[in-house]
Unconditional design. Sequence first.
Length: 188
Amino acid sequence: MIISEVTAGAYILKFNSKPAFEEGSADNLNLYSAVYGESSEYKSDSMYEVSVFLADDLLKRILIRANGGGTIIHKTSFVVEADRMVICCSDTVFCLSLPNLSLLWNTKADGASCFEIFKYQSDYIVHSELEITRLSKNGDIIWQQSGADIFVTPGNCESDFIVTADYILATDWENRKYKLDFDGNIIQ
């Protein structure tokens, strides 16, 4: 399910997965308080506009972007906490403070695309195309684990990647199952 809005305490976060933005153009539809992420000659499909509102008042609007594969905002592509939001955009995970949307950190967590992020204790588990990654609360890579093929399936089912209280279960393109502990070890 594509998400366009979420409540974060007293604030409302609104997302636009396809903002009309061109670096240096006077024709940009919106002005941004900040633009986070790399710019390059390659125009990524993954640029997200993030706006924070208090009631109907716009407090801040920023843009995040990255240069890997295309991604979209959906219910498991971000985690909202009391003072921060952590969001996958292309090959990078961004951490933004709430409510002012300042960049706390960004980490390239995959060579292609980061699809989902899950809170685990004080850290984050990232389901990406090439890697499963555990990031610290400060954005440091604790471990990464790859498989024999990419971590997506032709059917792209919700059950292809599951984080339980005891383990992580991932399925690759050839329907091979990987059961990992939270230290990144394959346990089955």
